[in-house]
Design a protein around this ligand. Structure first.
Ligand code: GDD
Ligand code: MN
Length: 396
């Protein structure tokens, strides 16, 4: 429930500041004088989160609070980093200011204030997460940045989006993952994120918030950002920022539920493969004196070894990979195990064998081991993953 009497939605522009005494006055005058009046359909508030700046940025803000009633200030007693400041701001915006949308914005005019109405216009269209991108048409970094700096921004951003999202949707949707200009919808998104346990309190927080928003299924839109030059004060970006962003990207991907499941699925499958391979060798030796042709002995040996692998896969996936969807009732175990067997024979034997046979027919026998490896990675693994997730251990 909203406490304000009008029916407008509330956007809180959260600005972290540390030693921004040179810019903050002009920024506040621009926001309240020029920008906010352009967006009458939004109830806009500005929230400054200052880490007790030695240059007393917060005192300038306090003075302005007499003039601007929608100006709010949170003073952090210690400097713990930009992420920490923004998180404090998000909490305050949601708990005290009834924010429907939170915008992240820099105090130093490197983000053009004119972009704020553009962010909110996209939210109006139904997007949940709008980002200013320096890498799409119309966006840019300052010309005067050296080649090295441009290169690092580009490679760093690409690496981060690759680590976090490849080959899924986010990888193609997000061109500028480290951007600091964003608007995020609160309901269903920011209010679902555990802001108090982020991997980084520094610049890397950006990456994790981005990851969580994508994970929550936010509708994403990028608008072009012409990133300006800083005119007053100094950048607070630290030397270890690249490392911070890299570590956060890796952690997000690694601890993601999907990744964890996929790794367990891979491990269980790998163990199954070893059981099949070693089992086949051992059974061959065991059966070698039986009065049958070697082809029959091979057939029996592999059939038994493969079934052992199938059983091992079923148990391993049931108690480990899909522990959350674990099948426990006896009847279900019987029917699901039957389906599992059937699909394993199809995806693990019939389909890849046919694939190898076709390629052998078309291209010759000299590469047959390669055909098999391709078949396993391109057909067996994806198909098994699909069948396990969509049929056997389907989420309720
Ligand atoms: N309270 C607080 N505490 N504010 C901070 C801190 C901090 O520890 N560190 C930085 N800030 C504030 C600055 O005062 C500024 O308003 C804003 O956060 C951005 O900091 P800058 O120091 O200007 O960062 P930058 O310009 O080098 O980095 C920009 O580009 C990056 C992408 O390349 C920012 O937009 C980043 O958000 C962005 O990731
Ligand atoms: Mn800056």
């Amino acid at each position: 429930m909203k406490s304000n009497t009008n029916s407008k939605n509330t956007a809180v522009i959260v600005i972290a500041t540390y030693n921004e005494a040179g810019s903050i006055q002009e920024m506040l005058d621009t926001l309240f004088g020029k920008i906010i009046p352009q967006i009458p359909n939004w109830d806009c508030k500005v929230l400054i989160v200052d880490d007790t700046s030695p240059d007393k940025t917060y005192e300038i803000v306090q003075k302005n609070q007499k003039k601007y009633s929608d100006l709010h200030l949170v003073i952090n007693p210690v400097k713990l980093g930009m992420g920490n400041a923004i998180v404090k701001g998000f909490h305050y915006a949601m708990d005290k200011l009834n924010a429907d949308v939170v915008c992240e914005f820099d105090a130093d005019f490197q983000h053009p204030p004119q972009d704020i109405p553009k962010l909110l216009a996209e939210i109006d269209k139904g997007y949940d997460f709008v980002l200013g991108s320096r890498k799409i048409k119309g966006g840019s970094v300052p010309d005067s940045w050296g080649l090295m700096r441009k290169f690092f921004t580009y490679v760093g951003g690409f690496t981060s989006r690759f680590i976090m999202f490849f080959p899924f949707r986010g990888f193609f949707q997000i061109t500028d993952p480290t951007t600091g200009l964003r608007a995020s919808r609160v309901k269903g998104f920011v209010d679902q994120i555990d802001l108090d346990h982020l991997y980084s309190l520094k610049f890397g927080y950006k990456i994790e918030l981005l990851f969580r928003m994508i994970q929550l299924g936010a509708k994403v839109k990028e608008i072009p950002l012409k990133f300006g030059l800083r005119e007053k004060g100094e950048s607070k970006i630290a030397k270890d920022t690249a490392k911070d962003i890299l570590f956060v990207s890796i952690k997000c991907r690694w601890y993601d539920e999907f990744t964890q499941k996929f790794l367990k699925f891979g491990t269980v499958g790998g163990i199954g493969f070893v059981i099949n391979f070693v089992g086949f060798r051992l059974l061959k030796i065991t059966f070698k004196d039986l009065p049958y042709d070697i082809s029959i002995i091979n057939w029996i040996s592999n059939a038994i070894a493969a079934e052992c692998a199938i059983i091992s896969n079923f148990i391993g996936n049931n108690i480990w990979t899909f522990a959350q969807e674990k099948i426990t009732s006896f009847n279900q175990i019987i029917t699901k195990f039957f389906t599992f067997n059937l699909s394993s024979v199809l995806t693990g034997i019939i389909i890849p064998s046919t694939f190898v046979a076709i390629l052998t027919y078309l291209l010759g026998d000299q590469w047959s081991s390669i055909y098999l490896v391709i078949g396993i990675f391109l057909i067996t693994i994806p198909l098994n993953w699909l069948v396990y997730n969509k049929i056997i251990w389907k989420k309720q």
